[in-house]
Design a protein. Structure first.
Length: 123
């Protein structure tokens, strides 16, 4: 997983589990908080991602309980998941450092040339 960049929902879920185990609804809330409200996971997306992360061995079910007549699973980051998250964090840190280095080298008044083939928000 460290060869390619991690998908944002995966990164956010692993980050949400980095400090404490959480159940599904708490994960939805944590992802929204971590992303400053930019990412709002729907339950179908969440549980699909959790199943994939379970199969990959990055998370585990810490406990299952019944709350108000409903089954609730609490998920925790595995040691492998912690290593993958640390590697992705380091990869992102290196990308940010390189972006900052290049922007500083260009100077504060540097302007990006417009590409006539690029339209929209990035033009």
């Amino acid at each position: 997983m460290t060869e390619r960049s991690m998908q944002e929902p995966t990164l956010l879920l692993l980050t949400a589990l980095a400090d404490a185990p959480r159940h599904g609804y708490a994960l939805i809330q944590e992802v929204a908080e971590i992303s400053a409200g930019r990412v709002r996971m729907r339950t179908g997306t969440l549980y699909g991602a959790l199943d994939r992360l379970l199969q990959q061995g990055l998370i585990e079910v810490e406990r299952e309980e019944v709350v108000d007549g409903r089954a609730r699973r609490t998920y925790a980051l595995t040691e492998g998941g912690r290593h993958v998250l640390a590697a992705e964090t380091e990869r992102l840190r290196a990308v940010v450092a390189e972006a900052e280095r290049r922007m500083a080298a260009a100077g504060p008044n540097a302007r990006q040339k417009k590409n006539p083939r690029v339209r929209g928000a990035f033009a």
